[in-house]
Design a protein around this ligand. Structure first.
Ligand SMILES: [Zn+2]
Ligand SMILES: [Zn+2]
Length: 346
């Protein structure tokens, strides 16, 4: 009686409980299931992948992608422990690979080993974004203009850089359809044509935050789609008359524009080092941009006068330096020329 209870009724090997032993259970249990084929859809233009009906930009190497698909497709018994899976991939064509998989583990305390082979297929289909781009689809236009002038080349470049940075960060956060369709430079500014209204409004917000100015929003009904009205939005942005980095003349002093706040300009007075707010109407004129300043070598100092060498001609000129500023011969200073006048910056 005692002996019969402690052996496996199937194989006769010892079984402490007297029930079917782990090895016999493992032998009669199906623990591995493998479909003959797995496939996924990739966009041939941008590499996006269609997963569970939606497109995503998460890009993987072809082999890594195949391994991931295989691991997801193979079913293993939930009681299988210490699983080890070895996948050997063999490319059959540009779109297909054959995978040989060897799987081993411990099931009910008994080691098991199995193998299967499957085909991995990569199908090609143009993604939602690429088909919108190729179909010239757009939902909005950010129109960048400036008050009383054309935006400078610097502002146009800055505008394009900001727009692309906003696009990149939205794409990264998963907003695939927030793409810039194209940039169009006009005589009076630049138009940024965008694939989503959110991108348009984010770009307009970022540009006015970085370069100043304000924008207004103008929706226009362009049609109907599935019973819903479809709008295109124009974000009309006007850069301020004076922009950051401009050197302006106010009551005979040269000030650097730090920012524009409504009708007031925040300025840095390089001569005193003070920041102050000046009403825009007090600006006599724009004298230049700090980016146009050049490095001049200091030849000598005589009291509050500096002798500086024109970097283009080598001719020495004099410029008055603000009280308390430490500058000595041999160093360089940044100077902007306003006509015959030298403006010492910093
Ligand atoms: Zn047994
Ligand atoms: Zn694509």
């Amino acid at each position: 009686m005692h002996i019969r209870e402690s052996i496996c009724p199937l194989c006769g090997n010892p079984s402490p409980s007297g029930e079917v032993c782990g090895q016999c259970r493992a032998l009669s249990t199906r623990w591995l299931e493998c479909p003959p084929r797995v496939s996924t859809v990739l966009c041939p233009t941008c590499g996006a992948r269609k997963d569970a009906g939606g497109w995503s930009d998460l890009q993987l190497e072809r082999e890594e992608l195949a391994r991931q698909l295989i691991k997801r497709a193979i079913w293993l018994h939930p009681d299988l422990r210490d699983v080890s899976m070895n996948i050997a991939l063999d490319e059959i064509s540009t779109n297909r690979s054959r995978a040989e998989c060897r799987i081993s583990g411990i099931l009910f305390g008994a080691p098991v080993e199995g193998s299967c082979s499957l085909e991995v297929e990569l199908r090609r289909e143009q993604c939602d974004r690429c088909s919108r781009i190729s179909g010239s689809y757009y939902e909005g236009v950010v129109q960048v203009r400036a008050t009383g002038r054309r935006p400078s080349q610097r502002e146009l470049e800055e505008t394009a850089r900001i727009a692309c940075a906003v696009e990149a960060s939205m794409t990264e956060s998963g907003e695939r359809l927030s793409f810039i369709s194209r940039l169009e430079e006009h005589r009076d500014g630049i138009d940024i044509i965008v694939g989503s209204q959110r991108l348009g409004s984010e770009i307009a917000t970022a540009i006015s935050r970085d370069l100043g100015g304000r924008f207004t929003t103008h929706p226009k009904l362009v049609g109907e789609k599935a019973g819903r009205q479809v709008f295109r939005i124009t974000y009309s942005l006007r850069l301020p008359r004076y922009s950051r980095g401009d050197i302006v003349l106010v009551s005979g002093r040269h000030l650097e524009v730090l920012g524009v706040d409504g009708k007031n300009i925040r300025c840095l007075d390089h001569a005193s080092g003070m920041v102050r707010s000046v009403p825009e109407r007090q600006v006599e004129r724009k004298a230049g941009h700090k980016g146009d300043a050049l490095e001049w070598m200091v030849a000598y100092r005589d009291g509050d006068l500096l002798g500086v060498l024109d970097p283009r001609t080598g001719v020495t000129k004099e410029v008055r330096i603000p009280r308390g500023k430490e500058t000595s011969a041999g160093t360089t200073v940044r100077i902007l020329e306003d006509g015959d006048l030298l403006v010492l910056l910093e």
